[in-house]
Design a protein around this ligand. Sequence first.
Ligand SMILES: C[S@@+](CC[C@H](N)C(=O)[O-])C[C@H]1O[C@@H](n2cnc3c(N)ncnc32)[C@H](O)[C@@H]1O
Length: 248
Amino acid sequence: MSTHYDHIAEQYKRAKLIPWRHHVEQYSLLKLLGGVEGKSVLDLACGEGHYTRMVKALGAARAAGVDISTKMIELAQNSERGNRLGVEYTVADARSIQFPDAFDVVLAAYLLNYARTPDELLAMCQGIARNLKPGGRFVTVNNNPLQRPENFLTTRKYGFVKSADEELRNGTALHYTIFLENETFQFDNYHLDIATHEWALREAGLDGIQWHSLELSPAEASGPNREYWDDFFADPSVILVECRKPPA
Ligand SMILES: C[S@@+](CC[C@H](N)C(=O)[O-])C[C@H]1O[C@@H](n2cnc3c(N)ncnc32)[C@H](O)[C@@H]1O
């Protein structure tokens, strides 16, 4: 299976090292995820396994990563060969994957923003719900549909910007440019509004939907760089979502 990410897999892995990823994205997502000790966790759209490795290291009994990009999964498996944590990786589409045993938690950092239509989003949410145990939790960080386009460029100093060629409506392509030390690369996500996300999650059988703002890590919030982050938090480009599969 080949996807756009096959061509940018190495660059995307390096992009996980830029400061906002650590101090904002990772801090906020892991805080929302909470304790995973002894739990089974499925990481959909796992990429090269950044969060899959992390949840296993945090004590998950089982961690499985799924990505549609062969190259991303190759990188994940290389890491596993280099430092065996016992994470399982599979190349598959999150919309159709079905594991024999359901999971306590499904994580899917930046999966939903690849849906171009409400129906594609619904298929992703059904893939999430299908692989969750009754009472299990879904947690994600994703494009923030509420960010105003006039603020899309304010994140340049954090190493990325997004742009759109038209007024935002369901299906509008969001062009991301990522700036690394000596290189830039691009990929597209798609805008779908909050109501469409809530419709798709509910239609897939998930409830208790909550949207959460990102937070700055305490180390940065109490350090000399506090003000550096103000632009990011004035109108954040990404947002957290959690919900639950109702108990049986
Ligand atoms: C922005 S990357 C995020 C990777 C990882 N979650 C992280 O935070 O490092 C998005 C990933 O979603 C994957 N992806 C997109 N659509 C997918 C689908 N339908 N099923 C599985 N993976 C998908 C891409 O191949 C890519 O690796």
